[in-house]
Design a protein around this ligand. Structure first.
Ligand SMILES: [Fe+2]
Length: 194
């Protein structure tokens, strides 16, 4: 297990690397997407725990190799993990260091999309073509049982809020606070007693 400051540095390094990575097919980088999501969360009055979850929700995308940039990933003794579900992967990378609430939101932000598509027909109707394709890969709409299980989580409302910031945080040039601002909050949320 890394110490708190070592972990903070690892997170900062991965987020900074996201500057060079495009956020899927969207016109912003992974870093800009993370900064915008955290900013939307804070602007909406979310507490620091949820703000940090918003910043780190796609962390799993930042710990895998990214096409031509693979040479720049890692270094030292760190080996990037294999591709997998990026929510799961992000939560796995961070699980010793953050609260259950933060980890749940990171792990389940794609599930929240499936949930919203099921619970809100107008949400589904607004999905882009690309997003409908990924929805299918993510398991499509939820069935009754999955929906009930999802709704029974104490963090259901949190991850649904996060999902809406996730959907909005991809506007080129939109205002967002700096990585330094958010890293101070990350540091406060890191726990080494888990
Ligand atoms: Fe995202």
């Amino acid at each position: 297990m890394k110490g708190a400051s070592e972990m903070t540095e690892f997170i900062r390094e991965r987020l900074e690397d996201g500057k060079h990575r495009q956020y899927g097919q969207e016109p912003v980088s992974e870093l800009v997407h993370a900064l915008q999501c955290a900013t939307l969360a804070e602007d909406e009055g979310a507490d620091d725990e949820l703000v940090v979850a918003a910043l780190l929700h796609d962390f799993g995308r930042l710990v895998v190799e990214d096409g031509d940039l693979s040479d720049s990933v890692g270094g030292g003794s760190w080996t990037p993990p294999k591709h997998g579900d990026h929510g799961e992967l992000g939560a796995e990378q961070l699980h010793e260091y953050f609260s259950d609430r933060i980890l749940f939101c990171i792990r389940n932000h794609a599930e929240a999309k499936r949930y919203l598509c099921t619970a809100e027909p107008e949400y589904f109707a607004r999905l882009s073509k690309g997003s409908v394709v990924t929805l299918e890969k993510q398991g499509g709409k939820m069935d009754e049982e999955e929906r009930a299980t999802f709704e029974s989580s104490p963090y259901c409302a949190d991850v649904v809020r996060l999902r809406r910031w996730d959907d909005r945080g991809k506007v080129p040039g939109a205002e967002a606070k700096s990585l330094d601002h958010w890293m101070a909050k990350v540091e406060q949320q890191i726990r080494t007693d888990r």
